[in-house]
Design a protein around this ligand. Structure first.
Ligand code: PPS
Length: 406
């Protein structure tokens, strides 16, 4: 018989090997889950800090939409793009009409932009003030310190598509008192049912004296947008970048063509009946350029003085001059001057000497400044004739001759 051990101590029965392996496995699983949880929490924290905006890839038309966490509607199928006129609905796939969206990998439009401005997809704010990376701007500091608050935009670039809206927003973001959402929120056309709290949450944090901005060029041709923006605040300042409607139409077509090379020619899409010279005004590329018609709707809700019309052509030939007008309109100190720009010969456009949040020169991506296809000069002439009366009306309404008719 074996001698008894010390008082109270019982010899532990040998643990079966399989149970010990199982316990170790459980332990490892627990630590793995804990690490994953900690990682998730950290990621979540960063996401909140950077402003809950990510660029949605591959929106039809190559637009620069945003998606907020937990929201897949933009990518899935809910959102609509209201047409400017009922006649525009449902004719051809590349016309303005309600569309269903598929989730697709990051589109070229967004990818090209993201390459150049990673801040859009998760850097400090995806927005904001311009100073070098080594020297955080007040806006960035506010963000890091969790200071400031999210405000609804006081100024919106509402259009026009292919007018030069991205260039204007990126130039404005150099200003320390401007903070903007990088991608297009499409709130007033596609996501209005999500509510203002959702919209505000997309915005970067701002400190007192900073202006919150966004740009969504489709607002200008969205029937409901003027009333909706006015309901948010009738003091909202509206900026419209306009460009020769013929060149704009060709630019619009070029963008669609780059995504869908099988679409018919520009010439064939232009006419409802070519021999009769009947222009197809239900084609969105044509319709967007009838600026006077769209503007009429805005002027029912906003006084003219609350709208600024920026020349897309001058934004290229004299960016500092146009930015001077925009800064005055927004009540900002004229900080962005010609010292901020240089002309990049390869790109063929003005670029920033220092982009927002970086000390490096910065041009817009490949999807801005595409080579346009050659269009039959007779078609171009007919389009010029078509737009002339609308342009004249637009010059009268805005009090500014944009010089598109020679
Ligand atoms: N600095 C600078 N760099 C590059 N591109 C510039 C610049 N300024 C204006 N533009 C013109 O902007 C046109 C694109 O307009 P948008 O940014 O409004 O397009 S979009 O509606 O957001 O898709 C784009 O049109 P395309 O040339 O037809 O591609 C440019 O002509």
């Amino acid at each position: 018989m074996a001698p008894p051990g010390p008082a109270g101590a019982h010899p532990a029965p040998a643990e079966p090997l399989s149970r010990s392996i199982f316990r170790r496995f459980l332990l490892m699983l627990c630590s793995l889950l804990t690490s994953l949880y900690v990682f998730y929490c950290l990621a979540e924290r960063c996401r909140t800090l950077s402003g809950p905006v990510v660029v949605v890839g591959g929106l039809p038309g190559g637009e620069e939409g945003v998606r907020t966490p937990g929201d897949s509607a933009l990518a899935r199928g809910g959102p609509r793009e209201p047409a400017a006129w009922p006649a525009a609905q449902g004719r051809r796939p590349w016309q303005l009409r309600p569309r269903r969206r598929r989730r697709r990998p990051l589109g070229r439009e967004e990818a090209a932009w993201e390459e150049e401005t990673p801040s859009l997809a998760g850097g400090p704010g995806g927005s904001g003030a311009g100073s070098s990376a080594a020297e955080p701007s007040p806006g960035t500091l506010a963000l890091l310190l969790d200071e400031g608050s999210k405000q609804l935009p006081q100024a919106i670039i509402i259009g026009v598509k292919k007018g030069g809206t991205r260039a204007l927003l990126e130039f404005l973001r150099v200003h320390p008192d401007v903070r903007a959402v990088g991608a297009e929120p499409h709130f007033f056309d596609r996501s209005y049912d999500k509510g203002l709290a959702w919209y505000r949450d997309l915005m970067p944090r701002t400190l007192d004296g900073q202006i919150t901005m966004e740009k969504t060029p489709s607002y200008f041709v969205t029937r409901e947008a003027p009333a909706r923006i006015s309901a948010m605040s009738k003091d909202t300042k509206l900026i419209v970048v306009v460009r020769d409607p013929v060149t704009r139409a060709i630019s619009d077509y070029t963008q669609t063509l780059s995504k869908r090379p099988d679409i018919p020619t520009f010439e064939s899409l232009t006419f409802r009946n070519r021999s009769a010279g009947l222009i197809d005004t239900s084609w969105s590329a044509i319709q967007i350029g009838i600026y006077a018609k769209h503007l009429e709707l805005w002027l029912r809700h906003f006084p003219r003085r609350q709208m600024l019309f920026v020349s897309g052509e001058r934004l290229i030939s004299d960016p500092a001059g146009e930015l001077g007008r925009v800064q005055d309109f927004l009540g900002l100190k004229r900080i962005i001057t010609d010292k901020h720009f240089y002309f990049n010969k390869t790109k063929g456009f003005p670029c920033l000497k220092k982009a927002e949040g970086s000390s490096k020169p910065h041009c817009l991506g490949k999807t801005k400044g595409r080579t346009h296809p050659d269009i039959d000069p007779d078609v171009v002439r007919r389009l010029r004739d078509f737009y002339r009366p609308f342009n004249r009306k637009f010059y009268q309404m805005t009090g500014h001759d944009f010089g598109w008719d020679g």
